[in-house]
Design a protein around this ligand. Structure first.
Ligand code: AMP
Ligand code: ZN
Length: 490
């Protein structure tokens, strides 16, 4: 059995990881709002959850991983008023809101694929779950925590707070919130300024709107995640996460909604990934301090001197703990590129080690335990990476004849380093390729090509054999003709 302990944002403590349903983990992660290109900060958060997903799978859990697409209702500045940015973009580009949604959903998927994240098990959209949201709001009204004003529905925070705690995740005190709230324009319908919208009335010109018991309108931002998480994971589930900026109001409002529906609702662990900054400053499109993943991969940007491939970016992200702030800078990217190369070469070199009768200078089982200890300590990827460097440091000493390794230990070290590198950290060496092919499939294909090449060589058909070697070389795969066999490197 594993010994995984995780940091729960709700309690502010590390806790032993247990699940509601034995070996099945139910995990919900707030997905992107699809009105613009996914930025690198968003990617960092989704990579953080990819690590959590991968590690749970690695430990042998089945994971029902739900990550939504916010394609309506997330208003500008996270307020209850103002314009929906999807509609704003549609008007600006003179296209349908759903064309905006489609364009940026594709961009989101493409970039996450390049960064080698595993897609979730279910990816529901807010617009595909309007009925569920209406039902949820009706129940909240029935339970006495929602009120209707002029075609909109609001959540009564003061009433909820009488028997429950509003703001417990972000540790905000309602009295302070009340004290600091101003009545803003358009909030006159609310009983209290800190109440939040469950449903908003749409005026006649509003494009994305649906019929509801309260008239035509659209759901509030917090409604969708409560409706979709409950639909797919039930009212008690294991993990709910997102970026740290979602703690308040989004996640605190979700908690209030779920508890208003059913007082037994519970999320066991709240996980929050920390922010990515660019050159020490907040990443923001409005100030221009922002770079898109594609611009970083192609080198087409004003911040960095050259292109950096997705695996270098992923490696950089994993060198910081997911709960720490990470800064993206040329220096950090260069160091990441260098470190990744060193690690890749080191791991590949293990296969070249000459074996001896026994092993000296390294205890592989102890090392493996340290790797698990790192990941079991709230997914500490920087510590796991340090352990991988320890392993290649040892393998380099064997290469230089300073230490020894037995055949059994060599095979074990090859297997374990590659599992931690590829499976756990997701540092697939093929992330730059357009189509991600599994290592196993690629291995089989290469074996076949090598066989065909050997046959051509023995038939003195050097045109074919050279072509196979050269074409593979062009895509980064080198064939090495050794005395008795041909091996490959990529
Ligand atoms: P959004 O599309 O704005 O809803 O954001 C999608 C996810 O990215 C959310 O979980 C945000 O908390 C997260 N996020 C936004 N900005 C950053 C950033 N600079 N660094 C890390 N995560 C971020
Ligand atoms: Zn959400």
């Amino acid at each position: 059995m594993h010994n995984l302990s995780v940091f729960n944002s709700l309690t502010g403590k590390k806790e032993k990881f247990t699940t509601f349903h034995k070996d099945l983990v139910h995990m919900y992660v707030c997905g992107p709002t699809v009105y613009s290109n996914v930025h690198l900060g968003n990617c960092r958060t989704f990579i953080s959850f990819d690590i959590i997903y991968r590690y749970l799978l690695h430990l042998g859990y089945k994971v029902k991983y739900v990550r939504n697409i916010t394609d309506v209702g997330h208003l500008e500045n996270d307020s209850d008023d103002g314009e929906d940015p999807i509609i704003k973009k549609a008007k600006k580009e003179n296209i349908e809101p759903m064309e905006v949604v489609q364009k940026y959903t594709i961009d989101f998927h493409e970039n996450l694929r390049k960064l080698n994240t595993i897609p979730p098990s279910i990816e529901p959209t807010a617009t595909g779950h309007i009925l569920e949201q209406i039902e949820l709001i009706e129940k909240i009204i029935k339970n006495g925590f929602g009120y209707i004003r002029n075609g909109s529905v609001y959540f009564d925070v003061i009433k909820f707070n009488k028997n429950s705690t509003y703001g417990k995740l972000s540790r905000r005190n309602l009295d302070d919130l009340v004290h600091n709230s101003r009545t803003l324009d358009g909030q006159n319908d609310k009983l209290n300024p800190q109440d939040f919208a469950l449903w908003k009335k749409a005026d006649s010109k509003h494009i994305m709107k649906w019929k509801s018991p309260w008239g035509e309108g659209f759901p509030g931002w917090h409604t969708e995640c409560s409706a979709m998480s409950m639909k797919y994971l039930g009212n008690k589930f294991d993990i709910h996460g997102g970026g740290i900026d979602l703690k308040f109001p989004h996640h605190d409002c979700e908690i209030a909604q779920s508890e208003a529906l059913n007082e037994n609702s519970k999320v066991k662990y709240w996980f929050h990934a920390n922010m990515l900054t660019l050159n020490g400053k907040k990443m923001s499109k409005s100030t221009g301090n922002s770079v898109l993943p594609g611009e970083l991969f192609s080198g087409d940007n004003n911040f960095f001197s050259k292109p950096y491939p997705p695996n270098v970016v992923r490696f950089l992200f994993l060198q910081a703990h997911y709960r720490s702030i990470l800064d993206l800078s040329e220096e950090a990217l260069m160091a990441s590129e260098k470190g990744l190369k060193k690690l890749e070469i080191g791991i590949k070199n293990i296969s070249k080690l000459k074996t001896s009768k026994s092993t000296s200078g390294f205890d592989i089982s102890k090392w493996e335990m340290s790797c698990y200890k790192a990941m079991n300590d709230d997914f500490n990827t920087p510590l796991l990476i340090a352990e991988l460097f320890n392993a290649i440091h040892y393998s380099n000493s064997v290469l230089m004849g300073k230490e020894k390794i037995s055949k059994k230990d060599k095979n074990l070290l090859m297997k374990k380093t590659s599992i931690f590198f590829s499976q756990v950290l997701g540092l697939n060496l093929l992330v730059d390729n357009k189509n991600i092919v599994s290592d196993k499939l690629l291995g089989k294909t290469l074996d076949l090509l090598i066989k065909i090449r050997n046959k051509s060589r023995s038939n003195r058909d050097f045109d074919t054999s050279d072509k196979i070697r050269d074409e593979l070389n062009k895509i980064g795969i080198t064939l090495n003709d050794n005395e008795d066999e041909t091996t490959y490197e990529y």
